[in-house]
Design a protein around this ligand. Structure first.
Ligand SMILES: [Zn+2]
Length: 819
């Protein structure tokens, strides 16, 4: 054949394959053998990825990309779904998104108008980040199939005007944990029960509490996709809630809103929520709830992170079935289901106009509502394409042009190098610009502190943020410091991470604290023990500054002479002064605090073994361990475990009385027992320690602190507080405080601060906490018990208090080596 003929032949073959492929796009059923959402069926991760691969090969509307590997090395994928011509031009659209996301790249109105005219609305839909909320992962295949095959005008409009990034699950490991468990228990007495293990290796349910810290591989990979590459205008995070309340929650959200979220975003979130609600109602679905329970205060979830990148974040929460088995819900259960914004699930109201009448609730019901909801969002995006692009651009532009403080500074010479590197690395990974000073700057700095507004209402802690008097004059900032300017598209993100939070004082009619949806305070530099004052003014004009934009955390690590990160290995050097045989208790009930503890130990390369109930019951613990850590968990859970009959026998029973006896022997023989927060109650009771939890049984009208940063007064002459400053921020999440009776065996290492106790968040009834014991060491026999009233490693974020753990373990080693 001539070259020209062969080209024509190729073209004909290509066209015929293309049209052949279009007609033979495999349905999920043809691949799986069942329709996604059928009762008592579940597709595991390899089935889901296999389906998407087939769809990618068969449809020119679908392109599947592997983002990387999950924590347990499964592929994490995203499917781009759009019209054929858009899929062929993805790099062009990615470039448009990157320009709109950063208006500094757009110098002329005509350039902006061209981008708005040519761009597509990018929508990300993420399914089943919480793996027991399994239906959406199954739904993803059906949604992709329908978009790949439909020929109707509405779908064509969606495909032309939007680019969907569909994430079948951001936690592939969890899909298999749940699918395997579900199959194993199907047809047994335990069918539909949740698995007794964490469905993310480290974080469990907290895998959706990581969107600003970026500890987990999954959040790192998706953050790169979303906030470095594609900048979606809309992110839809698909969840399930308990079985007995509303059938489906969608925004608008409940109060309070985070003050750093643009009002325009809150309105747009509400608009899409009401569009979904109207579409669900029109399709005959009942039990849809808005304006209730879920709020936008806290910063770290999949649907909240977008607000701080100028994007719209939508959450839906469908009522759960029993994994993939139907559930029966009674009128009585609905009537007992009450939450803020909903008196009960049988009473109609403006935000809940059509209660669902009880009955059988199936995975198919969940899936149908999620499909309708996804479709509503895509329709809105397609119909108002230019508005979504323009609003997105305008929010970024306003952030760049806002007046007020200039920057945050991370001064050189802090004795917390690893924390500084981690903090800056997390900022860069989420797309924040961080510069190094290559020449000194002269600045006016301030450090905000919280003060009570109304001294009369002592107990009711109303706080206000005051810029403190630390400095009001120009002072020189040394070169080697880092600076984060606020005039960048992520201004609101930087403010929300660096400012102290002041949660509004919200009480119920009965005077009890109204529980926020998640934590009340999280200020990142405080949690990490890194000094980060706000820069009010800079003397040098822009052309006299010498700054380097940082590319990644390794540049900071190089500056600070820390080992560089290579590949997936954590580069942090083991902080223990000598080898210690550490055991971390891992009971049969899943415990996120235990998972995060393993995360921190793995990240700091501190070796440990997980200690199971059988190990505790067997005893001879001194022959294996120098120190045992019990992470925050109730004493009854540790001792009794899961109740017999609730799960297969191998998952029931705790350490038992025998384990307690072995633990006493371990400490008496010279071992170190370390307890975090709730687990201290077990030690205090079983060892009869001379301490008392003063917050036990206190009503929330008297004291309430639901996830806040508080100051500790530290006795740094004690070896466990060695090298720490006299005041250390600690994470308090409905935690504990103690009074100690005078006893030579008790040494108090830290107390909750007497002055300026609340650093960030919400604290009701300060007097109940102020001055009480936060960290103590008690001698028992030849050994010691270390009691942390707070969570020194909370969510892998509280780096300020990690040195207490390393110091305690280092002294455990010296103890056993002396013997
Ligand atoms: Zn969830």
């Amino acid at each position: 054949m001539t070259r020209r003929l062969s080209a024509i032949f190729f073209l004909i073959t290509f066209l015929s394959i293309a049209s052949f492929a279009q007609s033979t796009i495999p349905s999920p059923k043809s691949v799986l053998g069942f329709n996604p959402g059928d009762d008592r069926t579940v597709a595991g991760w390899s089935q889901i990825t296999d389906y998407f691969e087939r769809l990618d090969r068969a449809s020119d509307r679908v392109l599947v990309q592997t983002l990387g590997q999950s924590t347990l090395k499964r592929p994490l994928i995203v499917a781009f779904i759009s019209a054929r011509e858009n899929i062929l031009a993805l790099p062009k659209y990615k470039d448009i998104q990157q320009q709109l996301a950063d208006p500094r790249k757009i110098t002329q109105n005509v350039q902006r108008d061209r981008l708005l005219a040519n761009g597509k609305v990018v929508v990300a839909i993420s399914c089943s980040i919480h793996s027991t909320e399994i239906v959406a992962s199954q739904m993803s295949m059906q949604l992709a199939y329908e978009l790949a095959t439909a020929q109707d005008a509405d779908t064509r409009e969606i495909l032309q005007n939007t680019i969907l990034m569909l994430i079948p699950s951001p936690n592939p490991d969890g899909i298999d944990i749940v699918a395997n468990w579900y199959r194993k228990t199907l047809g047994t007495a335990y069918e539909g029960r949740e698995p007794p293990e964490l469905y993310h290796h480290y974080a469990g349910h907290d895998d959706n509490r990581d969107w600003f810290m970026l500890n987990l591989k999954e959040t790192q990979l998706i953050t790169r996709l979303l906030w470095h590459d594609w900048f979606p205008q809309i992110v839809y995070d698909v969840h399930q809630q308990g079985s007995n309340g509303s059938r489906f929650f969608i925004p608008p959200f409940y109060d309070p809103p985070n003050p750093n979220i643009s009002p325009l975003l809150l309105r747009q979130v509400g608009l899409i929520g009401h569009k979904i609600a109207a579409d669900l109602q029109a399709a005959g679905f009942q039990g849809v709830l808005t304006n209730a329970l879920y709020d936008t205060w806290w910063h770290g979830g999949f649907r909240t992170a977008p607000y701080f990148h100028n994007s719209i974040g939508i959450l839906s929460e469908a009522a759960s079935a029993r994994l993939m088995s139907p559930a029966n819900v009674t009128t009585e259960q609905l009537a007992r289901s009450s939450t803020r914004g909903m008196r009960n699930a049988t009473e109609s109201s403006t935000n809940f106009p059509d209660p669902w009448p009880a009955g059988q609730w199936r995975p198919r019901d969940i899936m149908s509502m999620e499909m309708t909801s996804a479709r509503s969002i895509l329709e809105m995006a397609a119909k108002f394409r230019v508005e979504y692009l323009r609003n997105f651009y305008e929010l970024a532009r306003k952030n760049i042009e806002s007046a007020g403080p200039q920057a945050y500074l991370i001064p050189a010479g802090q004795a917390r190098d690893e924390a500084v590197a981690k903090l800056i690395g997390s900022l860069i990974d989420q797309g924040v610009e961080v510069f190094r000073l290559d020449r000194e700057l002269h600045t006016v700095l301030a450090t905000p502190v919280l003060r009570r507004v109304n001294p009369v209402a002592e107990k009711l802690g109303n706080y206000r943020r005051l810029a403190s008097v630390t400095a009001s004059q120009m002072q020189e900032v040394p070169l080697g410091s880092y600076i984060i300017f606020l005039a960048q598209p992520q201004r609101t993100n930087i403010l929300a991470l660096f400012e102290p939070q002041i949660y509004p004082n919200r009480l119920t009619g009965q005077g009890e604290a109204e529980r926020p949806y998640d934590v009340a305070g999280w200020t990142l530099p405080l949690q990490m023990g890194v000094e980060a004052p706000v820069v009010m003014a800079i003397r040098e004009p822009a052309n006299e500054r010498k700054l380097t934009l940082l590319k990644d955390a390794n540049e900071v690590r190089a500056d600070l002479a820390l080992p560089l990160k290579k590949g997936d290995e954590s580069p942090i050097k083991n902080p223990l002064k000598q080898p210690v045989r550490v055991g971390i208790y891992k009971g049969a009930t899943s415990n996120m605090d235990e998972g995060w503890t393993r995360y921190i130990f793995d990240t700091f390369n501190v070796p440990y073994s997980s200690v199971r109930d059988t190990d505790m019951r067997q005893g001879a613990l001194n022959s294996k361990f120098d120190a045992l850590i019990f992470t925050s968990q109730a004493a009854t859970q540790i001792i009794n475990g899961n109740a017999a009959g609730t799960l297969p026998a191998e998952y029931t029973g705790g350490i038992t009385g025998g384990g307690v006896k072995n633990l006493k022997e371990f400490v008496n023989n010279g071992g170190m027992l370390i307890c975090f927060d709730n687990a201290c109650d077990m030690a205090i009771k079983e060892f009869n320690l001379p301490l008392k939890n003063t917050l036990e049984g206190v009503r929330s009208s008297e004291f309430y602190c639901p996830g806040s940063i508080v100051a500790l007064d530290v006795d740094n002459k004690h070896p466990i507080a060695s090298m720490l400053p006299p005041s250390v921020p600690a994470y308090f999440i409905n935690s504990s405080a103690y009074t100690a009776t005078a006893d030579a065996n008790v040494r108090v290492i830290a107390r909750y601060a007497k002055d300026n106790l609340l650093l960030s968040g919400w604290l009701l009834g300060e007097d109940k906490l102020s001055g009480q014991v936060a960290l103590a060491e008690v001698s028992v026999g030849k050994g010691r018990i270390v009691l942390f009233g707070f969570r020194p490693q909370h969510r892998g974020q509280a780096w300020a208090t990690l040195p207490f753990i390393w110091n305690a373990l280092s002294t455990a080693a010296s103890n056993s080596s002396e013997e």
